[in-house]
Structures are given as structure tokens and as C-alpha cells.
Ligand binder design. Structure first.
Ligand SMILES: *Cc1c(COP(=O)(O)O)cnc(C)c1O
Length: 404
């Protein structure tokens, strides 16, 4: 560790701060737990047998490496830079979330934990967590806002099939933020045997850095694959932003490659000028939530606002602290796409590439034409296809006025 020469991007510091963001804003009772987790993670990170075990599961259970695919017809459609898809929608369970869940479940087992808790909004992180718990025979408890339990019944059923217990949370408005609070409460009361598995690059230190490290497999593979295919680095890497985990996983290995532009796409919902969006970086301001300081959707009194997006997976009311810092530093750029734009991109990608994307990466797809034009013919742009669209066909049909 200490052989690494400090540089301006070597973050976070020992307290988990990314500049003024991140940190450990937790109750005194939780502090010993996050410190224990930090030590355990540092040990695993430095242990080659841990990494080898993780790599083995990523290869044979998750299905990595995912391909880097040249989307030729989409490239021709825009007539500018080559557009590549990093195919993380081909992972087991159909999205990138399993990369992180696999890393954390192996860590939890090394810590001797027998009971896994998680919170979920749309249910996708709950399903990925229930999947790895089933695989390793660990008890799984998932907190989910009561309103979300109603709205996301297929994912609730999936979690139950996988053997998880789903606890509806009725406090507050019965959505993601309330489920997050409930999970934190459970963690404090069941210190001995319980591991809290967070699903995005947020939460108190070490979660933002740890989730980033587990998702960085996306960017590391992309780097190797692009070198093999084109003998160079991409000119830009692009990803949709909810809490920011798939984006930071793609971006992070390129942070020190100044020539690679990093562009995150937030959900603009019905427009950034109104309240109905989920763009924490572009439409929020800094505050403290979920154990860290970052940009949040909040009202004038600091009350957390419910995000809106056509995509349930982009509704996290905050953003991982590393993105907040990258934005302030100007190293990464952040743009947004509306519900309508994402819906259009969803259809275009399906028709031109034979790939039905999730609504989350459809937000990145909505901006890819203009980004390809900025890079220009002969350049290379990589978009993280972070999820497949099977889960979204009912929502899309409804928006298009089609009855299924
Ligand atoms: C959960 C999810 C997201 C949003 O989470 P990030 O932490 O921002 O990656 C994006 N895409 C898909 C497919 C998801 O399931």
C-alpha cells in the first residue's frame, strides 16, 4: 500500500473522504462496525487468495469477462465515433449489481457473518443479494419500502423464490430512504452476526470505495479489450447514474488517463427545471444521507425529496461521493436524459442492435449520438450496457399505450 505514490486522484483518504464528500456520518454505536468492516476489507484486498476466489466466481458463476461489442448499426446511424457496448447486461441476473454482491458476500463470509441484510428500492439489488445468499446458504433479509413492495411485485416474488425474507417498511413514505434507515437500525441491533450489503457506491466509508473496487472489473476489462481490439484507449466512457456504482466501476480505471473523457448520465425525468427528476448532481445540493456527505435531492429545509424517473433503478436520492468529487474537480462530466428521451433510445437500440436495453442504460444511450459526434469519426466511445430490458417491457408498453 505505502509503495503507492500519492497523486491527486488517490482517493479516498483514511477517513473515507473524497475532498469534501464521503466520510463516516454514523451513530456512535455503528462506528465500531464500520471500522471492523474497513479492517476486514483492507485485509481481503491485500490477500491474493481472496482475489483469486472472487475471480473464479466472476468467471464461472457471473459469466465474466463480459464482451466489448462494436454496435455497428448504431454507429452508422449517428455517422460519427465508433460506439461500443460493454455487455454487462449478459451477467447472471442481467445487470452489473452481481459484481458487487459477489465481492461483498465473500467478504461477509471471511468475517464470519451468517446473516445478510440489504435494502432495495426497485428490487434489483435485493434480487442480486438474495441470489448470492442462496448460492452460499446464508440468511437474507431485505428491507423494502411498503410502496415499493406494491409497485415491484415480480422482484419481491423473485427474492422469495431465492429464499430471502422481504420486510416491508411502512415508516416515512415507505420508499427507498425509509428502507435504508431500517437497514441501518437492524445493523446496530444485530452487530454480532449481521453484514449490511450496500448496493451502490454510497454509504459510510469503506462502502463507496469498496463497491467501486468490486465494480472496477468493468473498466479494467474494457481497458484490456479496447487495447486488444483497437490498440488504444477509448476516447470517452459513458454510463447511466443512479447511485453511481456501474459508472464509477467503468470510470475508475481511467481516472489517471487524462485523454479519456468520463461522462455520467443522470435521470432528468420530466425535466431538470421541475421537481420530477432524479439528478442529484445537476439538480441537488450537498448534504448528509446514508452515512456520507454528497449531493442530494432535498428541499429548502433539507428534507430528502423523492426522485422521479421512468427507470425505477435510477431513483436513489443521492449519488456516490466519488462522483460528487469528480464533478467538482471537473474530471468527469455529467449530463441528463429525460424519460421521453430514454424511451426513444430504448426502442432505437432494440431495433438497430437486437439488444433490448434496461431503461437505466437507455438514459446513456439517449446521449450517445451527441457524444459520438463530439468525439468524431475514427474515435471510440464505450457505453456500459449495465442491464437488460426484460424487466422493463411492461413499463415501456404502458408508456407507449400498448396493452400486454
Ligand atoms: C441499479 C441499477 C442502476 C443504478 O445503480 P448504479 O449504482 O448507478 O449503477 C443502473 N442500471 C441498472 C441496470 C441497475 O440495475
Amino acid at each position: 500500500m505505502n509503495a503507492i505514490i500519492p497523486n491527486e486522484y488517490a482517493m479516498p483518504d483514511a477517513e473515507g473522504r473524497f475532498g469534501p464528500y464521503g466520510g463516516r456520518f454514523v451513530a456512535e454505536t455503528l462506528m465500531p462496525l464500520v471500522l471492523e468492516l474497513n479492517h476486514a476489507y483492507e485485509r481481503c484486498k491485500a490477500d491474493p487468495t481472496f482475489q483469486a476466489e472472487l475471480d473464479d466466481y466472476l468467471t464461472h458463476y457471473v459469466g465474466r469477462p463480459s464482451p466489448l461489442y462494436l454496435a455497428q448499426r448504431l454507429t452508422d446511424h449517428y455517422g460519427a465515433a465508433n460506439i461500443w457496448f460493454k455487455r454487462d447486461e449478459l451477467n447472471h441476473t442481467g445487470a452489473h449489481k452481481i459484481n458487487n454482491c459477489m465481492g461483498q458476500i465473500l467478504l461477509a463470509m471471511r468475517m464470519g457473518k451468517k446473516r445478510i441484510i440489504a435494502e432495495t428500492g426497485a428490487g434489483q439489488h435485493g434480487v442480486a443479494t438474495a441470489t448470492v445468499c442462496a448460492r452460499f446458504g446464508l440468511q437474507c433479509v431485505v428491507y423494502m419500502g411498503a410502496a415499493d413492495v406494491q409497485r415491484q411485485s415480480p422482484n419481491v416474488f423473485r427474492m422469495k423464490l431465492l429464499g430471502a425474507e422481504v420486510i416491508p417498511v411502512t415508516s416515512g413514505r415507505g420508499t427507498l430512504k425509509d428502507a435504508m434507515n431500517e437497514a441501518m437500525r437492524d445493523w446496530v441491533t444485530n452487530v454480532e452476526d449481521t453484514y449490511y450489503l450496500i448496493g451502490t457506491a454510497a454509504g459510510p466509508h469503506p462502502y463507496p470505495a469498496m463497491v467501486r473496487d468490486f465494480q472496477s472489473v468493468i473498466g479494467k476489462e474494457t481497458k484490456v479489450q479496447m487495447q486488444a481490439r483497437r490498440g488504444k484507449l477509448p476516447d470517452a466512457v459513458v454510463a447511466a447514474i443512479g447511485g453511481g456504482s456501474n459508472a464509477i466501476g467503468l470510470f475508475h480505471p481511467f481516472i489517471e488517463d487524462a485523454g479519456v473523457r468520463m461522462i455520467g448520465i443522470e435521470a432528468a425525468g420530466r425535466g431538470l427545471d421541475g421537481p420530477d427528476h432524479a439528478a442529484s448532481l445537476q439538480g441537488g445540493r450537498p448534504g448528509v444521507l446514508h452515512g456520507n456527505r454528497t449531493y442530494l435531492l432535498q428541499d429548502a429545509d433539507g428534507q430528502i425529496l423523492e426522485g422521479h424517473s421512468i427507470s425505477a433503478g435510477l431513483d436513489y436520492p443521492g449519488i456516490g461521493p466519488e462522483h460528487a468529487w469528480l464533478k467538482d474537480m471537473g474530471r468527469a462530466e455529467y449530463r441528463a436524459a429525460t424519460d421521453a428521451e430514454a424511451l426513444e433510445a430504448f426502442q432505437l437500440c432494440s431495433k438497430l442492435e437486437g439488444i433490448i436495453p434496461a431503461l437505466e442504460p437507455s438514459h446513456a444511450l439517449a446521449r450517445i449520438g451527441e457524444i459520438a459526434a463530439e468525439i468524431g469519426t475514427g474515435g471510440d466511445v464505450v457505453l456500459n450496457m449495465c442491464g437488460r430490458g426484460d424487466k422493463d417491457i411492461f413499463a415501456v408498453a404502458q408508456h407507449l399505450g400498448v396493452e400486454l
